[in-house]
Structure formats: C-alpha cells, structure tokens
Design a protein around this ligand. Structure first.
Ligand SMILES: [Fe+2]
Ligand SMILES: [Fe+2]
Length: 214
C-alpha cells in the first residue's frame, strides 16, 4: 500500500477511537489501551521509516521533522500519564481532551503539508516501497511508550499549574480530585499585629541610635 494512504488510514482509526471514547460511558480504559497501541505503532513506524527519508527529500525537511518528532514525544508523554489515571475519572477525560487536540494539530500538519510534499518529492513506486516498510515497522513496534516518555508530556514543565487548573475545573463540575494541601495565609489580625510589632521595634531602634549619638 502507498505510504500516505496507509498513514492516513491510521489517522482515521485513531480519530474513530477518540470519538468512541468521547461518547463512552464505561470501559474507557479499554479504549485508551487501543488508542495507545495504535498510536505507538503508528508513531514508531513514521519515525523509523518515513521521517528519516523526508528530512532530506522535502523542502524545509529538518525543521518539519523536528517539530513532528517533538509532537510525537508529547503524545507519548500524555499516553504514559493516561496509563496511570483512574478509569472514568475526570482527570482521564481532561487528559484525553488534551491528547485529542494535540493529535488533531499533528494530523493537520502531516496531511496538510508533510504528506503532500512527500507525494511531490517521492515517486509512486518509492511511496509503495515505503508503505511496505512502514507496515513491517508497525508490526515490530512497541505496544506502549516507555515510562520515561512522561517527562515529555506538554504539561510536564508546568505540572503545578496544569494540575491546579484540572483541579479547579474538576471542582466546578463536582468531580473528584486529589486532596490539595491548604496554603496557610496569615489572618488580617495576625498581619496587623505583626506590623504593629515591627513599628514598635523600629521606634525602639531609632531611640537607641539617638541615645548613642548623644
Ligand atoms: Fe501520522
Ligand atoms: Fe506523526
């Protein structure tokens, strides 16, 4: 099969699974596992067989491939995080929504720019050979990303902010979130008392300085 046809077919499969997740009311974990298997095989095959060829074959290849690989890393990070979340939890739904957005953007880049450029630069025969290699690579690809991929999740560098946002949204919808550590804020009375003490101390210090000067 032509490489582009095969990869587009994979994209539609993942989109169908994401849509099935969106409307599912139970067994969401099973759908996540299927999405993880499909995406892991697809991304590995692209990275092993397609991207190295396109790096040199298409215009702006290195930059386009770097971006595409970075987006794959982020998707793997999200998949690893999803693997650790409770089935049917609000956090799982929020993470899948992030994954859906990331995948939609990546697919748009591939189908809107990368694949058309590949079709222009490579002949039909090369695309068919590439398709066969991609199909083989998918069969030997890992079924899930390694746990170390988690650090590449888009939220990893702003975990605190992201989890706080998820917590906030979860509370709005009455969802369950992990207990948050209360931040101790000084009361108004304590703050006023502290300010008064500071003023008294600074007046005493001024008196001492004046006494020394005499
Ligand atoms: Fe793809
Ligand atoms: Fe891709």
């Amino acid at each position: 099969m032509n490489a582009v046809t095969l990869l587009k077919k994979d994209h539609r499969t993942v989109e169908r699974l994401l849509e099935r997740y969106r409307t599912a009311t139970k067994s969401k974990r099973a759908i996540i596992d299927e999405i993880t298997r499909e995406l892991s095989a697809h991304m590995t095959a692209e990275e092993r067989e397609l991207y190295p060829v396109l790096r040199t074959a298409i215009e702006n290849g290195p930059s386009l491939m770097n971006d595409a690989e970075k987006e794959h890393s982020e998707a793997r990070g999200l998949l690893v995080e999803l693997g650790a979340l409770e089935d049917g939890s609000f956090e799982m739904d929020a993470k899948v929504a992030t994954l859906r957005g990331a995948i939609a953007h990546h697919v748009e880049d591939e189908e809107g720019e990368i694949f058309p450029k590949a079709e222009q630069s490579l002949g039909k025969r090369a695309l068919h050979e590439l398709g066969a290699r991609i199909a083989r690579a998918k069969k030997s690809a890992p079924e899930r990303p390694s746990r170390s991929a988690e650090k590449n999740s888009p939220g990893a560098s702003v975990t605190g902010v992201a989890s706080a946002a998820v917590d906030r949204i979860a509370r709005m919808f009455g969802g369950t979130t992990a207990p948050r550590r209360a931040t101790k804020r000084p009361s108004r009375i304590r703050r006023a008392r502290k300010a008064a003490t500071t003023r008294v101390k600074s007046r005493a210090a001024k008196r001492r300085v004046r006494a020394k000067a005499r």
